[in-house]
Design a protein around this ligand. Structure first.
Ligand code: HPA
Length: 278
């Protein structure tokens, strides 16, 4: 599992992307489970299947398409990851974050991440959108930090600060856009776990005590790598299910994908508004 991605591998992937598109994107967008459709709205799109890119990790999960879509959205030059890979798929945490490394190396300034998550906050309901204001890096605390291994000095420092991982100005813009669009946007702390089993009631009581509002199996490693590389980050969770705090409900992947259909139009509206304001 200790397979560290090297600068040479990152640069090879950067070259492969650059050779397949003339766009020079400024903003990266990662679309989570069931939230794929925004990629279809990208104009002047160059679609690059992940399989065409060297060392690029490929998703094995239903609901995650596998391509990079580079083009324009709301007047901005964007690079959209339609589908991501997760640590639980068996890739090293360093391989999982290769796409984010590539974005940072290509000089992208902003990363917008989305995910499907279970609500641990009892006030949240399936279909809600949550602005991620901070995260709980439980994967990293248990040894799976994406910056482990030799530090790539060309990308960032050995000990990057995470005191404000999510960008205050971008969050303010997201709030403004949500309010203007009449979308009730929740806010809270996202906890990233490795999965793939969903949490049990004791796990969830622990997470709630620790200040978690929503829980999922992605995002945090990408955000750490993006911040290491100096990118500004904005993140959204689509609440797909109520996490099973008292053991009375069962969580399924199908429910996560179904909820995405309600959540996608809301997240799309907010992201479009933020892009227009940039
Ligand atoms: N737990 C973890 N990951 C998830 C969940 C959940 O309840 N829902 C969607 N992704």
């Amino acid at each position: 599992m200790n397979q560290f991605v090297t600068l040479e591998q990152i640069d090879r992937a950067v070259e492969a992307v650059r050779s397949r598109t003339s766009h020079r994107p400024r903003i990266g967008i990662v679309l989570g489970s069931g939230l794929n459709s925004l990629a279809d709205s990208v104009q002047k799109a160059d679609a690059i299947p992940f399989g065409d890119l060297p060392d690029w990790p490929r998703s094995t999960v239903h609901g995650h398409a596998g391509k990079l879509v580079v083009g324009e959205l709301e007047g901005q030059s964007v690079m959209v990851m339609q589908g991501r890979v997760h640590f639980y798929e068996g890739y090293s945490i360093s391989q999982v974050t290769l796409p984010t490394r590539v974005m940072a190396r290509m000089g992208l300034e902003i990363l917008i991440v989305t995910n499907a998550a279970g609500s641990v906050n009892p006030d949240f309901a399936p279909g809600d959108v949550m602005l991620i204001t901070d995260h709980l890096n439980l994967m990293g605390m248990t040894g799976a930090n994406p910056l482990m291994g030799p530090n790539i000095e060309e990308l960032g420092p050995r000990f990057p600060d995470m005191s404000q991982a999510y960008d205050l100005q971008l969050m303010a813009q997201a709030r403004k856009t949500a309010a203007e669009s009449g979308i009730t946007m929740r806010e809270g702390v996202y906890c990233g776990l490795s999965g793939p089993s969903f949490e049990g009631p004791a796990d969830l009581r622990f997470l709630r005590l620790a200040g978690t509002d929503a829980v999922g199996m992605s995002t945090v490693p990408e955000v750490i790598v993006a911040r290491h590389g100096g990118m500004r980050v904005l993140g959204f969770s689509g609440i797909s299910n109520k996490a099973n705090l008292d053991g009375s409900t069962v969580t399924t992947h199908e429910e996560v994908i179904e909820a995405g259909k309600v959540i996608t139009p809301k997240i799309e509206k907010i992201i479009r508004g933020v892009l227009r304001a940039l």
